[in-house]
Each structure stands twice: as C-alpha cells, then as structure tokens.
Design a binder for this molecule. Sequence first.
Ligand code: FE2
Ligand code: FE2
Length: 465
Amino acid sequence: MERREQEFLITKLIRALGTSLKNRGIYPAAHPQVRNPVEKIHKDLLLFFADRNELVLVITDGTLVFEGVPIFSLTSSLETFMDRLGMIGVPAIIFDKGLTVGDIDIFVRFLHETKEQGLTPKRIQELLEQAGAAHIRVKPMDEEEEDDYAIAHQVYDNAISVVVSILRDVRLGRIPSGAESEQVVKDISSMLTRNRDAMLALTLIKNFDEYTYNHSVNVAVLSLAIADAMSLPGEGKVDVGVAGLLHDIGKTQLALELIRKPGTLTAKEFEEIKKHPSEGFLLLTKMSHIRPSSAYMVLEHHMRFDRSGYPLQNPEHRVNPNSNIIPVADCYDALTTMRSYQKARYPQQALEIMTKIAGKSLDPEIVSIFLKTMGAYPVGTMVRLNTMEIGVVSGSAHTGEKGQKVVVLFDRNGNPLPCPEQVDLVEEDQATETETERRTILGTVNPNLYPSMPSESLFLSAASA
Ligand SMILES: [Fe+2]
Ligand SMILES: [Fe+2]
C-alpha cells in the first residue's frame, strides 16, 4: 500500500471513529449510526494489515502524525475527535494486526465515557485493557528515546565510513588527515552524554566481514565511555577516543593474509603482527590534527599492564597514563566478537575473564571502572526475570537509578514473543505514585540455549518498543 493510500485510509479511520463517537452521544451503542462506521473502517484496516503488523498514529500538538509525516487533510469534525484524544492525554495510538470490531467499539466507548483529563499513557492503557481492548495500545511518549537511537546509529555509521576511508587511504600509501577522526570522536562523545545506552548498544553490532571497521569504532566508543567515567578533561578524552578509533591502523602495513589468517600464528608471523603498534605510531605522527598523546596510546596499546607485551620498551620508557584505557576496551570488544578461531563470549563472561587478567595484562583500576560503567548486567546480557521471562538487557542502571531496561524475548513458558517488548524494571505505580519493582533480574542465562537474534534488530526493536 502506498503512502497516499495509507493517508487516505487513516483519514477515513479517524473520520469513522469521529462519526461513531459523535453518534454515541445521540444513539445507543448498538445503533447502526454508531456501529456501521466502525465495521466499515475495520474492513479497510484489514487491507492495511495485509503487509503490516501495526498502525502507529502519533498525536503532536493536535496534529496526527503517521510515520513522521503529519496528516493535514483532516476536517473540523475530525479536529473535535483529535481534541478528545488530546484532552484525555492520548499521545499515540497503536492498532495491532488482529484488531477486531469489538476493539474499535471499546475504544470509541472509552473516548465517549472517560471524564478524566490528562491521564498518563500507562493509565489509559490500563483502562483500555480493563475494558477488553486487546489490539489497541497507547504508546508512551518516548520519541526522544527513539530519536536518540536513530542519532546514535548515524554517529556510528559515520564513524565506520571515516575509518573505512582512512584505512583505504593508508593502504594506498597516502597520509590522511586526522580532522575527521577528531570530529567523529567528538560526535561519539556527545552521543554518550546524551544517551549512553543508545551509543553503547551499537557496540554489540558484530559484523564478521567488516570486523576491522566495527572493532575500531567499538573500541573508540568503549574507550570514551571509560574516559567519561574517569572524568578526563575534554582534550584528554578526545585523544583517548582518537587512539581507540585508530589503534590498529598499523595493521594496514602488514600482509592481508596475515591479518585475516584464522587459527594460531607461527612465531615468525606473530613477530610480524607485533609491528602494528609501532607502525601505527609512525602513521599517527604524520597525520594532521592528531596530538602526540594519541600516537603514544597507539604505540602502547599492547604493552600490557605488567609490561610483558610488545613492543619491548627500555626501562626508562614512561607509559602515557591513559594508555591503559584502550587495552580494556580492545579486550572487551575482541572477547565479545565471534572470530574464525573463537566463539563470541557474552558480555558477563567477557567481564569475568577481564577480572581474572586484571593486574596482569590489564590495569586493575581501569577494569574496575569498566565493570562499574557496564553495570552488573551489561547491555546485551541475556537474563531471566522473576516473572520467568527471558530477555536481553537493553539499558543499564545509571548511578542513582535503580532500574534497568530489558527487551523481553521469551514469555514465562519459553515461547518467543512475536514482538519483543522493552520493559523498565522499575515502573511507577500510578495508583500509589510510588516506585514498585515489578520485574527483577534473577540471573544470567546462557544465550547459546536460545535461538539467536541479531543484536542490531534487537536494539532497534528496543528503541521502538
Ligand atoms: Fe592491536
Ligand atoms: Fe584491537
């Protein structure tokens, strides 16, 4: 169905609902003047649902918005209907596939009979459920959050393109400017401030074919999250982010077969790999807009906390204090990514491994900051709730907040939900206006026991839930 047809249908829907609502004031509920418009629109909606699962209508300042575009072709009688929605407090309505004439009837009755004004979306939802409307939902106003996920995606994608172009230039023997890297890092940093979860969630995108690019951006994002938690000053933070983004740039100077080689490397091959931090350092010192501290962080990213790594340093060498950040981010991303020679660890497993190597290869203080940053159940962790539902953590509990967000994937009987639902573990209880913990995390579950779901679609569904 084309947009024009959809708009036409939506206008008809609103008109029918408006007529039915108006007539309800004059005739009894079963009167044809009330019933007919509802039955007619129900038939039309079946066409809409032929290739869609839901119809989401957002009401902003009395204007009806469908998929981001306002529908202005509403007549004054429809405006009365919109006013009614606005007065009650309905911010957005979702009609689900499976909608029945009875559901529409209940909705009209609800609009007709509800005397209260300015109800919260949650309360409206409860009332509709109590009345028995099974396929009509009221969507809470979380447009801002949706926007955040969309912006985070743009920031992430842009970062990928910048890495792709830098690495291509370097492979062609050119020395790219570092200006774009600096800008990308600033964008990631502001996105982390705006909505940390939305940005962090994207680091779970593990594109096996594009490993190098995703890994570079993920390490930048994770390093910046650590730098944030350490309250590094602005410039210091940018340096860390740029180093994270370009930490493996030196690998462009090695043979592709070596970089892509699955399985264990021979001693000779490993000697080659060991060159990448120094090669990266050299490249960064030649690039404009890159400060020396970023170059040093790249040189030092495999030296290890106990200095048992590479390249070997003379005893006088003083490591940049922020150089210990990149290895923590690097390790987490590598552990949680599937490679030809390793299975991807799930976030909590990765954190456990990192705790074990803290003090040896990783800086224990930074690991502990990272653990706090990621929370007890990091974004992406599969968990069982006290309701026996299974879900994936999609938003972490920030300091001072009690709740986490979980996308519920399986119901209490282990059946996959057709439409994953994001829930806040702490929800405000409207009746008592107190915070009641309705769902809690019982513990982690092994994601390998459940059918996999691409992380990206999972977080997109979380964003639009
Ligand atoms: Fe590296
Ligand atoms: Fe790396």
